[in-house]
Design a protein. Structure first.
Length: 277
C-alpha cells in the first residue's frame, strides 16, 4: 500500500480517510436508525444493540461515529399533544358544574420564583381556591383537588390548557376516578379558557403586580384577603356589576345584602348548607 500510494503520488492518510468514510456509511445508517427508533438510547445501548445484531465494529469505532453524528448530545424531543376539539366557551347552567383551572408564576423580592394554581367556578366566576407554593406538581394539585371536592362537591367538568400537570396520568386518573370530564382547550387558543384568563389578569393586576412580597406567607395572606373581596364585594361586569356571591344568591332568590356581612372567607371558598349545592 505504501508503494502504491507513492507511485500515485497520493498521501496514505488521504487513502485511509476515503476508505474509512466508505466503511462508516453502513455504521452511520445503523446508528441513525437506532436513534430514530429508540431516542432514549445512549452509546452503550446502541453499541450492544449493534453487536447483538451481528455487526463486528468495535466500541472505539462505534463511539467515534456516534460522536461525529452528535448523538452524544442530549436532544429534548418535542412533546406531541393529542388533537383537541374546539371548546365553545359557554356559561354553565348551574353552580359547581364546570371549573376552570390554570397556573401562574411570579417572584418574591429576592427573585425567588413561585407558582399559583387558580381554580374558579365558571357559573358565577367565584374564586374557589388559589394555591401558592415554590413548586406545585401534579400530585400536589390532585391532593388539593381531593380536599376541595370533599368540602365542596365535585364538578361535572374541568376546563384546562394542555400544561404538563393537566396532561399527566396523575391528573387524568384522578378525574377518571371521580368521573369528571376534562375539557382541554386547543393549543394556542387561550380564548377558549377566557373565564380563567380574565380572572388571572385581575389577580395579576390587583395583587401580584400591585405589591412587593418578601415571603410566601405575605403572598398567601394578601391573596386570601383579595379572594374575600373578589367573591363578596367586587363588581364583575359580566355578572351585571355585582360580585360572584351576590350573583349566585340573586339567581337563587336569596337576600344577598343581609347575608354578605355574615359570610366568612372559608364559607365563600367552601359553602355551607346555606349555599345551594
Amino acid at each position: 500500500m505504501r508503494q502504491a500510494c507513492k507511485s500515485l503520488n497520493l498521501e496514505r492518510s488521504s487513502y485511509y480517510y476515503h476508505s474509512q468514510r466508505k466503511e462508516d456509511t453502513e455504521l452511520i445508517g445503523c446508528l441513525n436508525e437506532l436513534s430514530e427508533k429508540h431516542p432514549s438510547y445512549g452509546f452503550k445501548k446502541m453499541f450492544h444493540s449493534l453487536r447483538n445484531q451481528g455487526f463486528p465494529w468495535n466500541h472505539k469505532k462505534v463511539y467515534r461515529v456516534y460522536k461525529k453524528l452528535g448523538l452524544n448530545i442530549l436532544r429534548k424531543r418535542r412533546r406531541r399533544l393529542a388533537s383537541r376539539e374546539r371548546q365553545n366557551l359557554e356559561v354553565p347552567s348551574n353552580y359547581n358544574e364546570v371549573w376552570s383551572m390554570d397556573f401562574m408564576s411570579d417572584a418574591l423580592f429576592n427573585s425567588r420564583r413561585f407558582r399559583t394554581f387558580n381554580i374558579i367556578d365558571d357559573y358565577n366566576r367565584e374564586a374557589i381556591w388559589i394555591e401558592i407554593g415554590l413548586s406545585i406538581g401534579a400530585m400536589h394539585m390532585t391532593d388539593l383537588l381531593e380536599w376541595i371536592v370533599k368540602e365542596r362537591g365535585k364538578p361535572k367538568a374541568i376546563r384546562t390548557d394542555n400544561g404538563p400537570e393537566f396532561t399527566s396520568s396523575v391528573f387524568t386518573n384522578w378525574c377518571h376516578k371521580h368521573r369528571i370530564e376534562i375539557r382541554y382547550i386547543q393549543p394556542g387558543k387561550p380564548t377558549q379558557n377566557a373565564f380563567i384568563e380574565r380572572f388571572n389578569r385581575s389577580y395579576r393586576t390587583e395583587v401580584l403586580d400591585a405589591r412587593i412580597f418578601n415571603t410566601l406567607i405575605e403572598v398567601r395572606e394578601i391573596t386570601a384577603e383579595w379572594m374575600e373581596h373578589y367573591n363578596s364585594d367586587r363588581p364583575h361586569e359580566s355578572l351585571q356589576n355585582i360580585s360572584p356571591m351576590q350573583y349566585l344568591w340573586k339567581k337563587k332568590n336569596s337576600p344577598a345584602q343581609d347575608t354578605i356581612t355574615e359570610f366568612s372567607p372559608f364559607q365563600q371558598i367552601f359553602p355551607t348548607t346555606t349555599t345551594p349545592k
